[in-house]
Ligand binder design. Sequence first.
Ligand code: PEP
Length: 249
Amino acid sequence: MKKEIIAGNWKMNNNKEQTLALINELKPLVKDAKCEVVVCVPFTSIETARKALRGSNIKLGAQNVHWAPKGAFTGEISADMLVEQKVKYVLVGHSERRQYFGETNQSVNARAKAALGAGLNVIMCVGETLEERETGKTADVVTKQTLEGLEGIEKDGLKKIVIAYEPVWAIGTGKTATAQDANDTIAIIRKAVKKLYGRNYAKSIRIQYGGSMNPGNVKELMAMPEIDGGLIGGASLRAKDFAAVVLDR
Ligand code: PEP
């Protein structure tokens, strides 16, 4: 049985004090969660979060990782640096990284490989823009992102990957894909995984939905057979909302 996974993406929010307050509020609320729970915090909050999460069922995540082990890459963080801080999960290819920081399927792939090489779990984000959806390109876009993002990753590596399907037009906008649309697109992503790794791996990989998921829509989304979890932005900044998503799934 796959364990569902709900991950919060705090983005560029919360200083150390706010990190501590949010985690301390969240811990008791989600202690009986049946799914895996992750919070992906800003780099500057990692140490505070690590200490605050000790002994809890919430896993520590980061929001990006560089592909090189070290060197002249100003502003970047290596996989080993994350591992040293006991980070367990890292996001790669979030649409905000693709949109504002020039991430490509190739850089996403390189980041994922470095993370896996260091023993991290990876949440790889894919998703189409509004224009791509409206011009009928969704299937092609998510298939290409999946095939290229996973290129050259061995089966053992795939076991440590979660894919997050995040339609770009649904992120931070309050618009959610219909549960049926999210389900159908995730089925397309799963088909791409099958093409690379075969049926069993495609079945067992966990694919989340992300895009304005909140306590009001989580039940309907998570009832869909293809959806194995959620990646939550805005609602993960409020302990009660994030906990409601975690417990309602
Ligand atoms: C995200 O940033 O991954 C996300 C899904 O954001 P939101 O929930 O705010 O749409």
